[in-house]
Design a protein around this ligand. Structure first.
Ligand SMILES: [Zn+2]
Length: 389
């Protein structure tokens, strides 16, 4: 099956056609043929957004803690989310999360899984593979790894003894998987502990980093370890200043994540804007850098840099068509790219393809009904919130 986008503005290429065959970007150029043509005139084609840190099962709880701190969240909420969910709850919650992501043009999510019971994990992996979203499933009970898990999700050195983190990393390395862990949201020193234990490497993906020391950013860069910043959650919950600029200045390529929906929205537009605003408050930063963070940096951060994250021939066709920026097509490309970070939102996500398959067309999700999914998950939210007090 071939699909061709006709006459859109292809990020990095200008006005062109973009041809997809068997889920792969086959060509970008003029007058390309294809079985199914999608009129992209007046639309901007960007790579699908890559959210490298989300706790997907918490999707029904959107807005549950607009005034919540990280400490309260860790003590009161985390334990209740997975524990109080039936297998059916898990399925519906993850369907909602995946539908919300795709609706917002997010084509890949690293799910730092909030469920760890084996039956829940089976259901989670099964349902996530059916949603159409590209999911990297991070298993948060690595001692009982599911054969189809894509990553190890470890609580990390701020919350566990280094020996436990080392065991998690070892389990991931045995399977050739990355390990994704929180660090530096409440205190510094976590990266140094892993460095001193000889554990750092390019297969380690860290999240937050706010309170890391300057030399810890250098350690990450020296060993090729990656970092995701979750701007809205971190700023709302008081993790401290974002690590974005410090990691970038040390030579790193920061990625972005939604994290939890306690006080934010399930899209990357909010994250790009919040990240930009927080760093602009104290110095210059190009808006287009945030678009890079939300696409190619994210792909690289979770080991998918060769497959997704940019519109290039040979890459998987994860593509978003954006409305609302046609008046900028003749301007400097940096302005156009920057405007994606500052001036569009989920309502401008016109069409979304993942792996060459259309999952949203002309503003409407193809296989999912968001309103129905929100109704299905209403009881889960009420019950979980009651349990968490
Ligand atoms: Zn998190």
């Amino acid at each position: 099956m071939s699909v061709v986008f006709k006459g859109g503005y292809v990020l990095g290429h200008g006005i062109a056609d973009l041809l997809i065959e068997n889920g792969i970007i086959q060509a970008i150029g003029d007058d390309l043929p294809g079985k199914r043509a999608i009129n992209a005139s007046g639309k901007l084609l960007v790579p699908g957004f890559v959210d490298t840190h989300r706790h997907m099962a918490q999707a029904p709880l959107r807005g549950f803690g607009p005034d919540m701190t990280l400490g309260y969240y860790m003590q009161q909420v985390v334990q209740h989310v997975g524990a109080s969910m039936s297998v059916l709850d898990v399925r519906n919650s993850l369907k909602l999360a995946a539908a919300e992501a795709m609706n917002a043009g997010v084509t890949t999510v690293l799910d730092w899984s909030s469920v760890s019971d084996p039956e829940q994990v089976d259901a989670a992996i099964e349902v996530l593979h059916q949603t159409g979203l590209r999911v990297v499933f991070g298993h948060s009970n690595p001692d009982d790894m599911h054969p189809q898990a894509d990553a190890v999700a470890s609580l990390g050195p701020d919350y566990l003894p280094v020996d436990d983190v080392a065991r998690h990393i070892g389990l991931a390395r045995d399977r050739g998987l990355i390990t994704s862990m929180h660090v530096g949201g409440q205190q510094g020193g976590g990266v140094r502990k892993l460095h001193d234990a000889g554990l750092l490497g390019p297969d380690l993906h860290f999240v937050h980093g706010n309170r890391l020391e300057d030399d810890e950013f250098k350690m990450l860069v020296d060993y090729g370890s990656t970092l995701t910043v979750t701007p809205v959650t971190e700023l709302m919950m008081g993790h401290g200043d974002l690590a974005y600029r410090r990691f970038a200045e040390a030579g790193g390529e920061p990625a972005l994540g939604v994290d939890v929906e306690s006080g934010n929205l399930p899209d990357m537009f909010s994250e790009m804007r919040a990240g930009l605003m927080a760093e602009r408050a104290t110095g210059p930063l190009a808006a287009r850098d945030l678009l890079q963070a939300a696409t190619i940096n994210g792909a690289k951060a979770i080991g998918l840099g060769d497959a997704i994250g940019s519109l290039e021939v040979g890459k998987q066709a994860d593509i978003v068509l954006l409305s609302g920026l046609e008046h900028l097509f003749g301007e400097d490309p940096e302005v156009l790219e920057g405007a994606v970070a500052t001036s569009v939102g989920t309502e401008d996500v016109h069409t979304v393809l993942i792996d060459g398959t259309v999952v949203k067309l002309d503003g409407v999700l193809v296989d999912h009904d968001l309103r129905e999914l929100r109704e299905l998950t209403l009881r889960i939210a009420r019950r979980t919130l009651a349990a968490a007090g």
